[in-house]
Design a protein around this ligand. Structure first.
Ligand code: GUN
Ligand code: FE
Length: 425
């Protein structure tokens, strides 16, 4: 079951500059991990069953480093506001509905099914403040076969009454209970999720820091997305030099606390420096940045400086669950940024966005997002034969085209950690 070979055009990243393509090659899955990519199948693997996807394109699964599951029902709506007004007008109103488990169940069924049918194999997912609804989300993602970090959101200030936890104590207590109840999933893991500094008191962050140390949990949050938000954090956190410090002073910003921060559109030198030193991951969400007019994050610069980064959809500030679309948007945003704003930072290349979508984000999960030996065996087989063209296209061109044109119906098979999610639809 966990030992097999996939034959096809194998495409994967080694580094952000090195895209490897083995045409008509083999990638071997042994015990759920990659045993390497080969032009000719070594004799020792000849006994493994072989799924023949000759002429199709085989890529590592895509990684969504930042997505809000409860916001899926209103994607594409309310895109006429900036961050804080958008949160108050649309987002908090929707998230409050997840106090109702029946609504949560119906919404999360749709989210889990759509994620299963997408090219995404791993994701960092926000729930809501509701522990029970978040457990339901975890159960549905587990059943869909997705590997994910999922967080019960914490928020105890600056939020409407229907979506504000009554105290830091209550928020941390609910989080601890949720952690206890979420121990038994196999592929879905808990992650601490203070929503962002404006919605978390110092007392709450302090308590979450205690939970982090006790249970060695990773953390996900938002950082330097919007200029008004950054000014607000400065007011809320006297004594901090920059936004990232509001997490760092509670030990929630990398080092022994693996952290993924969404956006980092307006991180200055000092914040960027600290992200680099602490190994903080940036979740770049280009469609969201455009929709909420947040700006264009300098992702190329982050890559050049050795900051770890991947892509996020940021549903529902982003409208699409497709990481292919996030790749295309990342290239487009980087080009606009370059043309309109800063000619010293070149646009992202195809190699770089493919890297961000696979190995860059995958590293938050350990060895994931590549077919190099020892990596988790996440694979997606793309059948692009229905994208018609009279041209003879090389494999590299077909991959490039998929970044812009791929849809879920082009996915022929999907595997996560060696597990077959589906095959031959
Ligand atoms: N900052 C705090 N909450 C959110 C959210 O739900 N979406 C985005 N894009 N930014 C946030
Ligand atoms: Fe977000």
């Amino acid at each position: 079951m966990r030992n097999y070979v996939i034959k096809g055009n194998i495409c994967y990243s080694r580094t952000r500059k090195e895209l490897c393509i083995v045409e008509n090659g083999y990638v071997v899955c042994r015990d759920g991990k990659s045993a390497g990519v080969y032009e000719l199948l070594p004799e020792s693997y000849e006994a493994f069953p072989c799924y023949n996807y000759e002429n199709k394109i085989v890529i590592p699964g895509l990684v969504d480093l930042h997505v809000h599951a409860p916001q899926y029902p209103f994607r594409g709506l309310g895109m006429d506001l900036e961050l804080i007004d958008w949160l108050n007008t649309h987002t908090f109103v929707e998230e409050a509905k997840y106090a109702d488990l029946d609504y949560a169940g119906r919404a999360y069924d749709i989210f889990a099914e759509d994620l299963r049918n997408s090219a995404t194999t791993r994701a960092c997912v926000f729930g809501t403040i509701h522990a029970d609804a978040t457990l339901l989300l975890m159960e549905k993602l587990e059943n869909a076969g997705i590997t994910a970090y999922v967080g019960k959101v914490n928020m105890d200030r600056n939020s409407p009454k229907c979506l504000c936890e009554e105290s830091a104590e209550r928020s941390a207590g609910d989080t601890q209970r949720w952690l206890h109840d979420s121990r038994n999933f196999k592929h879905v893991m808990p992650i601490l999720t203070p929503r962002f500094t404006p919605s978390c008191t110092d007392e709450l962050l302090e308590k979450l820091s205690g939970l982090q140390k006790r249970y060695h949990l990773p953390v996900q949050s938002h950082l330097s997305e919007n200029l008004g938000e950054i000014a607000w954090v400065k007011e809320l956190c006297p004594g901090t030099e920059f936004y990232g410090e509001s997490y760092d002073r509670y030990g929630l910003f990398g080092n022994s606390c693996p952290a993924v921060m969404a956006h980092c559109v307006h991180s200055g030198e000092a914040e960027t420096d600290l992200m680099k030193r602490r190994g903080v991951f940036v979740a770049h969400c280009p469609e969201s940045n455009a929709n909420l007019v947040s700006g264009a994050a300098p992702v190329k610069l982050y890559l050049e400086r050795g900051i770890r980064a991947g892509l996020g959809t940021d549903i529902a500030a982003g409208s699409s669950l497709s990481i292919f679309k996030a790749m295309a948007a990342a290239v487009q945003c980087s080009k606009l940024r370059w043309r309109l704003y800063d000619q010293s930072v070149a646009p992202l290349t195809v190699e770089e966005v493919f890297y961000l979508a696979t190995k860059g984000g995958g590293e938050f999960f350990g060895k994931a997002g590549s077919f190099e030996e020892g990596y988790e065996f996440d694979a997606v087989v793309m059948d692009d034969s229905s994208i018609r063209s009279p041209r003879e296209l090389r494999v590299r061109e077909r991959l490039e085209r998929l970044i812009y044109l791929a849809e879920d119906r082009h996915i022929a098979a999907k595997f996560i950690g060696g597990r077959e999610i589906f095959r031959e639809r």
